[in-house]
Design a protein around this ligand. Sequence first.
Ligand code: DQA
Length: 155
Amino acid sequence: MLNSTLEPLSILALHGPNLNLLGQREPGIYGSLTLAEINRLLEQEGLKLQAKVFPMQSNHEGILIDAIHGAWGQHQGILINPGAYTHTSVALRDAIAGVNLPTVEVHLSNIYRREDFRHHSYIAPVAIGQISGFGCQSYILGLQALVHHLRSIQA
Ligand code: DQA
């Protein structure tokens, strides 16, 4: 992974609704790091993996969909925490399927240990995989998994 001849990758890191409140939002569930701190960790991990991470957050479904459309031709993969849209948004799922970019879904909390309505993800069937329940580490693991996948399909 540290081979300097590797092609640099470009990754869109998308954060959905209410994740701008991280740090103050239900810290017992989501931890105490802010979104800016998580983005910094992602960017640092990206440096090690030779992947540039472009973070973006929105509380609006349409803006997230536009960002996914815009990723086509700009980024090689998408790391996404869709927040509550995980459980509601056919449109977000269709956007990911439409651009057909390798996508990894991440969640800070373990959505399967929580309320029943969080047990279903519309995103999971169009993602390479899902990482859920490891706090901010879910993002790091998700980035590693995405880069590993992208390197394996490049080879
Ligand atoms: C979340 C889990 C979702 O159920 C919730 O709506 C969120 C955050 C997580 O990261 O654990 O906003 O995606």
